[in-house]
Write a protein that binds this ligand. Structure first.
Ligand SMILES: Nc1ncnc2c1ncn2[C@@H]1O[C@H](COP(=O)(O)OP(=O)(O)OP(=O)(O)O)[C@@H](O)[C@H]1O
Ligand SMILES: [Mg+2]
Length: 428
């Protein structure tokens, strides 16, 4: 199996007037499970179709290992693709549909039978093997499509384009974990397109976030949660998303209004910034503390295991996830502190917010205070700080927080995400 490398790949559907996919250089590493996450229209399907060969990109080269496949049609690429809606031979039985990709490639009969039964058992299709596929409901038909995508042992990659859209929600969970199991078994490279963050975070080794045709960040789920490199990632991942407070930096000191809230790590030129802090990392105190922003509680939502405190700062709401039974009440004056916050300029992370005072002022701390603490209330399962990735990600030699710019968070070592204001260009 080989890496899939996109070199300067970009695509325009309108003769170059607009990019559906901005020129990017990016490597999908062999045997990894990727989620490709982004809102509708950001270019996810375009990207998959370029990899599978359904689209020839306007610019750039597609490489499977060392082989340039840019002009090679789908059939010559050894890539399986599962679409959003079922594409099956309705008159064929489920068994024959599953066997089709293998028969097509002249696999021996007993090997075909073995593979079909294996996949069928994993996906719970055994009772339907002799049924004509058009007699199945759409959800079940889609599971057969999944099976067809997974049945070939020899593929370089399996591309799944929102494959569970028509599947019953209860079944989705089961199927996702089956997919993970199959991935562990086969070691195929998987690229799983979704616009659902939960799906992406639970499924993938690495999540690639696409916005307006460019990769804005890629990393392990925990890393995207803890260290968003772009405001969009802060909003899109996490529930609720990251708080954003307009602020300014002068002489390294960050102020919200007149209140100094911390110090910028690194050399950030003076000017406006947005402080981004996840609700999980907002502390709500009853007494003034330094640094602390005075705020007025406007609502407290009881969410079961945690409470969501909404507090007004100037004309902005800041949400804080706190342990249930906090006793906070609407109308109360509170002081907010930030345990892990970043500074964004032009939507891109430029620095971390470090604490004012002797502990950090001259200490060269380029990670936020309390960066190593674990388990804020209500942090999402795999995305929480208790998860695999610590600051800077695990084992990929990525830049830690404060080293700014999506370009420095490049996931594969060989390719930085094409991001930043203005889009294109690798590792911009
Ligand atoms: N065949 C086409 N002709 C012209 N424009 C297209 C075509 N397919 C996609 N586009 C445009 O290219 C952009 C990216 O579309 P794409 O389908 O890749 O997005 P997507 O992320 O898959 O969206 P969704 O989540 O809705 O499936 C969009 O602006 C879309 O309108
Ligand atoms: Mg799509």
């Amino acid at each position: 199996m080989a890496d899939i490398r996109l070199e300067g790949v970009g695509h325009s559907y309108d003769g170059g007037r607009t990019w559906a996919l901005r020129p990017m250089t990016w490597t999908w590493r062999s045997s990894r499970a990727y989620a490709l996450l982004g809102p509708s229209g950001c270019g996810k399907t375009t990207l998959l179709n370029i990899i599978s060969g359904l689209i020839t990109p306007t610019e750039g080269r597609v490489l499977l290992g060392d082989r340039d496949v840019t002009g090679v049609p789908t059939a010559g690429r050894n890539i399986a693709q599962v679409f959003q809606f079922p594409v099956l031979y309705g008159d064929m039985t489920v068994y024959d549909n599953l066997a089709f990709p293998l028969r097509n490639r002249k696999y021996p009969r007993d090997e075909i039978d073995r593979r079909v039964r294996q996949v069928s058992e994993l996906l719970g299709l055994d009772a339907h093997l002799r049924t004509r596929s058009r007699r199945l409901d759409p959800g079940r038909q889609q599971i057969v499509c999944l099976g067809r995508g997974l049945v070939r042992p020899d593929v370089a990659a399996v591309l799944l384009d929102e494959p569970l859209t028509v599947v019953d929600p209860a079944l989705k969970w089961t199927l996702r974990s089956k997919l993970k199991e199959i991935h562990r078994d086969t070691g195929h490279t998987l690229i799983y397109v979704t616009h659902d963050q939960t799906e992406a975070l639970t499924f993938a080794d690495e999540v690639v976030v696409l916005k307006d045709g460019a990769i804005v960040q890629a990393g392990e789920p925990g890393e995207l949660f803890l260290s968003p490199a772009h405001e969009f990632v802060g909003h899109f991942i996490g529930s609720p998303g990251m708080n954003v407070l307009p602020a300014s930096v002068r002489d390294g000191v960050v102020r919200v209004g007149e209140v100094a809230v911390g110090r910028a790590t690194g050399d950030l030129p003076p000017g406006p910034v947005n402080v981004g802090v996840r609700p999980e990392f907002v502390r709500v105190g009853a007494a003034p503390s330094l640094p602390g922003i005075e705020a007025r509680v406007t609502a407290v939502d009881r969410m079961g295991p945690y409470e969501l405190v909404r507090a007004r700062v100037h004309d902005r709401d800041v949400l804080a996830k706190v342990e249930s039974g906090s006793g906070h009440r609407p109308g109360e004056v509170v002081y907010l502190g930030f345990d892990r916050a970043y500074l964004f300029r032009d939507s891109v992370r430029r620095a971390a917010l470090a604490r004012l005072g002797p502990g950090t002022a001259g200490g060269g701390a380029d990670r936020p205070p309390d960066a190593g603490r674990t388990g804020p209330p209500g942090a999402p399962g795999t995305a929480g700080p208790g998860g695999a990735a610590g600051p800077g990600g695990a084992g990929h030699g990525r830049g830690g927080p404060g080293e700014a710019g999506p370009g420095s968070t490049g996931s594969t070592g060989s390719a930085g995400p094409a991001a930043g204001p203005g889009g294109g260009g690798s590792g911009a």
